[in-house]
Ligand binder design. Sequence first.
Ligand SMILES: [Fe+2]
Ligand SMILES: [Fe+2]
Length: 270
Amino acid sequence: MNTVSTQDLMDWAVALAGQSTMPADSAIYIPGQNIKKVLFGIDVHASDLLLGQKLGVDAVIAHHPADALVNFPKIFERHVDLMTSQGIPEDRARRAIEPMTERWRDRFQSANYDHVVSVARLLEMPFLNIHNPLDEYGRQRMAQAVSLIRPEQPVADVIGALMTLDEIRSAPIHPVVAVGTASAPAGRVMVVHGAGTNGGYEIAKEYFRQGIGTVVYIHLATDAKLRLRKEAEGNVVVVGHLPGDLVGIQPFVDLLREKGLEVIGFSGVS
Ligand SMILES: [Fe+2]
Ligand SMILES: [Fe+2]
């Protein structure tokens, strides 16, 4: 095996998703070369970098971005792409992402963007996060899994189709009908993932307005769920955060192992 760099790790993920450039929600914080052994977790906190050092790894990979990634809200453009792909006019799609963009901008105004990355810097531990390429790959797998569902089939069959994916079937939490009913016709099904975070109330609402019967999210906040339930305009299937993320992550871990890297999984990754 040729020597592997943090850039190679990123490039392989970008290629797996069929993308051409690194998306705004992914970053190489501390670059490194000659990587043979990595620690890979969905969430990586400062102490986990020390764990990496203790385990003797050459790099730590997180799925979720560190707070250093203040450009993160730019990835919500992917929601606009997904919505317009379903015929939602661009101005409506842009209006639907406004509340989440503002919420996340506020979050970054208050976040300590230096904390985790400063620890990696002091430890001289190569550190990166790969978010959208793996979520996009996971979206493709989930969209493929539900692609044969006919509109007249019940919402329960959407869950059945998602359960054909190992990462979802083997998880301790299972997909649920968060909004709507399992016996209702699914209608058109749209997997809304790979866009930074779930679309919450506003984006689900736009899909329903566009005639989508069932929106699939990997997670959904309680207040948004209750609001959508009250309005009863469509169904939302919630996969579960970790299993939903792992649909994209685990195949990438397999790929790294095929390439000869030793991968120690933690924080959801196995
Ligand atoms: Fe994710
Ligand atoms: Fe996630």
